[in-house]
Design a protein around this ligand. Structure first.
Ligand code: NAD
Length: 518
């Protein structure tokens, strides 16, 4: 944690203390103290984990109290919230693109506008368009025995939703779940990633200016804040991030029996069928791999290619890369790796693969040296990868692409099924029956056929992993439902025969049971 971070946190703690102090004088004193500390930049005293957690608990209590007092927001109020969210996102889109680029070192503004703004706006608009029907209560069937009573399924907000988001698409992965939480009538507390501090601070400011702090609240800070955040008794917790941290978060949520949606990562394969054009497959796979420099949860992680086609595929990958990125270093379209730690991690994967006997093909269309400071990394194809290499064990999350060969479609399907269910699966094929076979015989969070990643951008499709790649869904109606309680209600009629079932049991019940148990 930087000193600036510590100072900001200290200031906000004091301000929170000032807010929560009932006594007017003490409140004024606490405020003055906070102001004094900000102005004179007193040496920051580290906060303890307990005090971080206590602050967050106090905030959540206030939000829950406000939720109870405010009651269930009606359709108009929810539409207003969605509109406010869309408006602030559009108004700040360029500032957000700048902030993300600053956090990354260099992040394509176009990719931010597409993946962080356009996709998020799409989700907001979709929720707004379908909100009335999603909110409607449903009438349900009643068995003859219980007529003329009636049954209904009501949809109610859960309360306050916690949202922990990662750095790779920092706006989309915080604001899209927020939109659905608000559509479902909830309040929300967000904890964006510490790896994108500019963006997180900007989102906090945007939300503060747009919503009451008891409606939407953004918690900035580092892992310590994340740990404390995951321990809070939310009514639902959405975590987007790595599988390893997902386990920790789920464990913490279990203490409160807080239900979780886990949007995790994994190794998403791209299966190229024997009859599919290698040029088309290479172009589409490289586009998916190099978007955001491969730092995408649904990026194709590795390719499954028919045996004997490697050389031709490598040439097509080189051509495709050169066409999209004639240069890398000075190219604003090609993003940097987010941090020195991730840069070192990916450099370690390359070294490990080389040491263990892989053949590496560096994709260097402009013949450039890329400096470590720029954190721009040449893409690499990894040929002859072995299972013990880190590129075949860990989710890559960068511009490295192992190419695994297969002898038959059965073997390719087995390769996929021998590993944890991936978040996404891509199959490049024009044979309908084989596509069906791949869909039926594998399991993944989602699938795009003959392209990569686009299933995520379909507003009417749910999104979420399965097994190691996650649990639960958001996006579409499934997201709205995840943040709602589906509450079954039975309305007894004034005229009803159920009292015949009350004790003392005797002849009447026995006669009825003879009929009912046939
Ligand atoms: P991460 O797991 O390191 O961090 C995610 C978030 O968790 C951050 O906000 C971080 O501050 C917080 N965190 C870290 N440690 C914590 C702890 N002990 N307790 C509580 N919170 C903690 O992930 P990342 O590096 O930010 O993101 C990359 C990962 O996210 C990849 O695995 C990627 O596949 C996955 N991802 C998944 C999706 C999806 O929708 N399924 C989308 C984007 C990224």
């Amino acid at each position: 944690m930087t000193q600036a971070d510590t100072q900001t946190q200290k200031t906000s703690t004091k301000e929170a203390a000032a807010e929560s102090t009932a006594d007017g004088e003490a409140k004024a004193e606490a405020k003055a103290e906070a102001k004094f500390e900000t102005e004179v930049k007193v040496e920051a005293v580290p906060r303890t984990a307990a005090s971080v957690e206590a602050d967050l608990r106090a905030r959540l209590s206030k939000m829950k109290a406000a939720q109870r007092k405010g009651g269930i927001p009606d359709y108009d109020a929810r539409v207003r919230n969605l509109d406010k969210l869309a408006d602030v996102l559009l108004a700040k889109k360029d500032d957000l693109a700048k902030a993300i680029s600053k956090d990354f070192g260099s992040r394509s503004a176009h990719e931010t506008l597409v993946a962080d703004i356009f996709v998020t706006l799409g989700a907001i608009k979709h929720a707004r368009a379908h909100l009335a029907s999603w909110m409607e209560s449903e009438s349900r069937d009643v068995a003859l025995t219980f007529l003329p009573g009636r049954a209904e399924l009501r949809t109610q907000p859960l309360g306050v939703i916690g949202i922990i988001s990662p750095w790779n698409y920092p706006v989309q992965l915080a604001i899209a779940p927020l939109a659905q939480a608000l559509a479902a009538g909830n309040r929300a507390m967000l904890k964006p990633s510490e790896l994108v501090p500019e963006t997180s601070e900007l989102m906090a400011k945007m939300m503060k200016e747009t919503f009451d702090e008891n409606h939407v609240h953004v918690v900035t800070g580092g892992i310590e804040e994340g740990v404390a955040f995951s321990k809070l008794p939310f009514d639902h917790l959405v975590f987007t991030g790595s599988t390893s941290v997902g386990r920790i978060v789920m464990r913490a949520a279990a203490e409160n029996l807080t239900p979780v949606t886990l949007e995790l990562g994994g190794k998403s394969p791209a299966l190229v069928s024997p009859s599919f054009s290698l040029a088309t497959a290479a172009k589409k796979i490289m586009q998916g791999k190099l978007f955001n420099a491969g730092q995408t949860c649904v990026a194709p992680d590795y390719v499954l290619l028919p045996k004997g086609r490697v050389d031709a595929f490598v040439e097509e990958c080189k051509n495709a890369t050169k066409a999209m990125y004639p240069k890398l270093g000075s190219n604003a379209d090609y993003s940097s790796i987010v941090s020195a730690k991730h840069y070192a991690r990916l450099s370690g994967y390359i070294k490990d693969a080389e040491e263990k006997g892989a053949k590496l093909v560096k994709l260097d269309p402009g013949g450039e040296e890329l400096s470590e400071e720029s954190r721009k990394l040449h893409p690499y194809l990894v040929l002859d990868p072995k299972d013990d290499m880190t590129v075949m064990q860990d989710e890559i999350f960068g511009p490295l692409l192992p190419i695994v060969t297969y002898e038959s479609i059965d073997a390719a399907i087995d390769f996929i099924n021998d590993r944890p269910h991936p978040l996404a699966l891509y199959t490049f094929d024009n044979d309908e029956r084989r596509i069906e076979r791949v869909l039926d015989e594998t399991l993944s969070g989602g699938v795009t056929v003959n392209e990569t990643m686009l299933h995520v951008a379909q507003d009417d499709l749910p999104f979420g992993g399965v097994g190691q790649s996650g649990m639960g869904h958001y996006h579409a109606k499934e997201g709205f439902d995840a943040f709602s309680k589906k509450r079954g209600v039975f309305y007894q009629s004034r005229l009803s025969g159920t009292s015949l079932l009350f004790p003392p049991y005797g002849g009447m019940l026995e006669t009825m049971l003879k009929v009912l148990l046939r």
